[in-house]
Design a protein around this ligand. Structure first.
Ligand SMILES: [Zn+2]
Ligand SMILES: [Zn+2]
Length: 373
């Protein structure tokens, strides 16, 4: 006979009124909502219940194959989707002495960014704009090169190495390296990862989607751009997500010209995402980019935002919408303190360009070929 203990806490998984007794193994594994009404109920259901533990503990080799000897560094972490980190990370890559470095390269602290007055937006003169053109062209060349290596079996660490070497060869510095102590030269965000994924030993798998974010520092100026690539054949939903995200960015770029408001960028993006059943990430924004990697203004990608500022000729900034297949919910950060994943484990895509406001409109400094999927 199952004894029902009434209490005022959570409902019992067996449908009895309520209970305070949580399965201790579920608690340890981070499985939510495993409450029982009492010890008898717990014992009577133990056989069927413990299957949950086995499923939660099982590795997912079919989704996550790493290089030999690699492992998931956080087996007890409650990932939101099927993707797993694959460590160890490769050793820090070297940057030759001759290369001109940003102020955070040594200690990880972007000091000049902190000195920026609140809400002041840089206006670049013709000489500075020309330097932005040069570094942004370089950034595009490097991102396109990285894209050529996206195929099943390749690890994101291998792509990081290719990009790192390509940047060094051009006497430039990979902007993400050691920025607030980020460990690698690019960000690689797979499937449910929204942004800031760290290149590791996981092999790309047919059907994945991968965002590669490349930022380069050359002759005192940063370029910042990214794109989402299919890994081999991908399903129709993922294709739709990638096309929608690119369209969101293209519509946002159309808004840009002297006199336009930064807050109207999100107004152009959100309807495109919603029309396709997707949602817009709120937490991460576009930003000024020039001699600072991240400067004013902040550019939200959602509608009804309170971004400050009017576009003027000579301003350079990014637009970089992150669009989710699922409804918008609070993101989950991995224990590496960088990788940000969707709360529901559904996929997310992103595109980013660096733009210059001209006298008559906008110039996409990092422009590449049109999307082809
Ligand atoms: Zn970027
Ligand atoms: Zn950016």
């Amino acid at each position: 006979m199952i004894q029902v203990i009434k209490c005022t806490s959570k409902p019992c998984i067996n449908g009895y009124p309520s209970s305070k007794l949580e399965c201790p193994t579920c608690h340890k594994l981070g499985i939510p909502g495993s409450f029982f009404c009492g010890q008898e109920c717990f014992k009577a259901n133990w056989k069927s219940h413990k299957v949950i533990h086995t499923i939660a503990k099982a590795p997912l080799p079919s989704f996550n194959e790493g290089e030999e000897g690699s492992f998931d560094p956080w087996p007890d972490f409650r990932y939101t989707g099927t993707l797993r980190a694959m460590y160890p990370l490769s050793p820090k890559r070297a940057v030759p002495k001759r290369i001109n470095k940003p102020d955070y390269a040594k200690d990880g602290v972007p000091k000049s960014e902190a000195l920026e007055p609140y809400n002041s937006i840089r206006i670049l003169n013709k000489k500075q704009q020309e330097r932005m053109r040069v570094v942004c062209k370089m950034g595009r060349e490097i991102l396109d090169l990285a894209g050529l290596h996206v195929k099943p079996g390749v690890t994101t660490d291998e792509i990081d190495e290719i990009v790192h070497n390509a940047i060094i060869e051009r006497n430039a510095y990979p902007s993400p390296m050691n920025y607030r102590e980020y460990p690698k030269s690019i960000c690689t965000s797979i499937n449910e990862v929204i942004c800031h994924g760290i290149p590791d030993k996981r092999k790309l798998r047919e059907g994945d989607i991968l965002n590669i974010d490349v930022s380069v520092y050359y002759d005192g100026y940063h370029a910042d751009l990214n794109a989402t690539y299919p890994v081999g054949k991908i399903d129709d939903e993922s294709k739709m997500l990638i096309r929608t995200t690119r369209k969101c960015l293209d519509e946002a770029i159309k808004v840009c010209k002297p006199g336009a408001l930064f807050r109207d960028i999100g107004k152009a993006i959100e309807p495109v995402a919603h029309a396709n059943g997707c949602s817009v990430v709120h937490t991460f924004v576009g930003h000024g980019v020039h001699d600072l990697f991240h400067g004013n203004p902040n550019i939200p990608h959602y509608a009804k935002n309170r971004a400050v500022g009017t576009m003027k000729p000579g301003m350079t900034f990014t637009i970089e919408p992150m669009i989710n297949l699922g409804v918008y919910g609070k993101e989950v950060c991995w224990p590496d303190a960088w990788t940000v994943a969707t709360a529901d484990g559904k996929r997310s895509a992103q595109f980013e360009e660096t733009l210059l406001i001209t006298e008559t409109g906008v110039e996409v400094l990092t422009a590449g070929a049109p999307l082809d999927i």
